[in-house]
Each structure stands twice: as C-alpha cells, then as structure tokens.
Write a protein that binds this ligand. Structure first.
Ligand code: N1C
Length: 258
C-alpha cells in the first residue's frame, strides 16, 4: 500500500468553512510578508479580493476565473530553477521543501501558504460563509476550493522558469494522470520559452518498482517533447529522500533532484 501521499479528507464527510477564516488568512499573510517575502503586498486588500471570488455565490458555481482578480492582487516573485510540482506526493514533496529549502512548491508562495489546509464557501443570496457544509469535488467540480487550487496552480506553472522538477508517485499505476491538476493544468501552462528542463522524480517504495519507462511517465515525456521542453526522469525511494533531507547539508538539494 501507499506509505505516503495525500491522506487528508479523502472519503471523509465534508466540512464547512474553517472557523476564523479571515483571521487565519490575514495572519498568515502578515507573517509571510514579514518572515519570508517582503514584497509589496496589502493583506487586507488580498483578503477582500479573495472573499469577492466566492461570497454571495452558489458554491457549485465558482469558477477558476472568479479568482483572477485575487491572483492579480498578490505580488509574488518566484526564483528561477526552484519550482517543484507534485502529484499524489503531497506529504513527501512538502517535507522535502521544508527540510532543504532548495525548492518551492505552491504552498511555499504567498498564495498557497495562506490557503493551505483551509475550507471555504459562500451561499447564494447571502453575504455569509457557510460554516456547516461546503461541496467537495464529488458534489460539483466548480466549488470554491477546487477552483482556487486550479487557478493558483495555473499561475504557479505559468511563472516557472529554468530547471523545474516534479515529484510523481511511482507506486501508482498512473503516476502521471491527465486528470490531475498537474496533468491537466500545470503541464499545459508550462511556458517553453522560459522553462529549460523538467526533472521528473518518480518516488517509489522500493528499488524494484516504478521505473521511469512506464507508459504513464513516457506519456508525460512526450507531452513535454511536443512543447519542446527537455526532461529527464529518475526513480528514487522514499527512504533515500528521507536520508537526503535529514542531513541538512547543501548537498541534499542535488541528492534528490539533479
Ligand atoms: O491534482 P494534483 O495532485 O496533481 O495537484 C498537484 C499540483 C501541484 O504541482 C501543485 O502545484 O497542483 C498544485 N496543487 C496544490 O498546490 C495544492 N495544494 C493542495 C494542487 N492541489 C492542491 N491541493 C489540494 O490537493 C487540492 O484540493 C487538490 O484537489 C488536491 C490535489 O492533489 P493531487 O491529486 O495529489
């Protein structure tokens, strides 16, 4: 079975809007600006454009485009050669970026950091949040949370430059899936004039599984090739990654992704 990946909220009952949503989001925004990125951002303005995207709307009718204004309000610089994408490897990808700081996932940018792990939705004909229930992907595709992550991912992928990396789950039958956000949105928004190379990391549980020449990963390679983007693939085990990240030396960046 899977020893890593996305375990949060799958198959469990839906929750409503996270209590104290505004306080949490604004506090995270202020903290991020203070500690991580001192760029010119106004957290009250960011909060109001975020809220504007979904408040007063049917929570099954919030689309990616509803977050356009929010995305434009957040000013975020993403350094070259640092972007890490992932699909079905949420936990290990974030453990890696937290331990090494060599790469940035969407959650290491202001947009993703503010909303990580939260739930939100509004209601038709009311200016209130719904604290009892928010629809998930199974109820309707155009829900506020899913549309947010799609829109944020699109922006993140468009701004990726230089050598980028993606961690896929090599223990699954389809490590690269065209129905995932990575496969359906991010890859399609890679800008081949600014991306020079994609490092595909197939995360596996043992050295005998999930080679890079599976149909699924070859499909990703050929999609990238059609976009004139070079790629290489390397299989690495969960324990190798954990060994690399526990050393805390500058070499640990190259140890996983090179
Ligand atoms: O559908 P996925 O993975 O391929 O999406 C992952 C991909 C990453 O590269 C990220 O840049 O898209 C971005 N992304 C997030 O950063 C993110 N944080 C939390 C996409 N989704 C994100 N979530 C939630 O996890 C969101 O609710 C979405 O539906 C899942 C997708 O996870 P996945 O299927 O493992």
């Amino acid at each position: 079975g899977l020893v890593f990946g996305l375990k949060k909220n799958k198959g469990t009952t839906n929750k409503g809007t996270t209590r104290n949503l505004k306080e949490i989001v604004v506090e995270r925004c202020l903290m991020f600006i203070k500690e991580v990125d001192t760029s010119d951002n106004k957290c009250d303005q960011i909060w109001s454009t975020f809220k504007h995207a979904f408040i007063g709307k049917n929570p099954c009718n919030v689309k990616m485009g509803d977050y356009d204004q929010f995305i434009d309000t957040v000013h975020q610089y993403i350094s070259r050669n640092k972007t890490l994408f992932w699909s079905k490897t949420q936990q290990i990808a974030h453990d890696f970026t937290k331990a090494t700081k060599c790469f940035m996932t969407l959650e290491d940018t202001l947009v993703g950091y503010m909303m990580d792990g939260l739930t939100w939705c509004g209601q038709n004909s009311s200016m209130e949040f719904d604290y009892t229930y928010c629809p998930g992907y199974k109820e309707c595709e155009n829900n506020p949370v899913s549309s947010f992550w799609k829109r944020a991912s699109m922006n993140f992928a468009e701004s990726a430059q230089g050598r980028v990396a993606v961690m896929l789950n090599g223990s699954m039958s389809q490590p690269f899936s065209t129905s995932s956000i990575f496969g359906s949105i991010e890859v399609n928004h890679f800008n081949s004039s600014i991306i020079s190379h994609v490092n595909i990391i197939s995360v596996i549980s043992s050295t005998y599984s999930g080679p890079c020449n599976s149909m699924s990963i070859r499909n990703l390679t050929s999609i990238l090739k059609n976009k004139r983007i070079n790629s290489t693939c390397k299989a690495i085990t969960v324990s190798e990654i954990q060994n690399c990240t526990s050393k805390h030396n500058p070499q640990s960046c190259d140890c996983v992704i090179n």
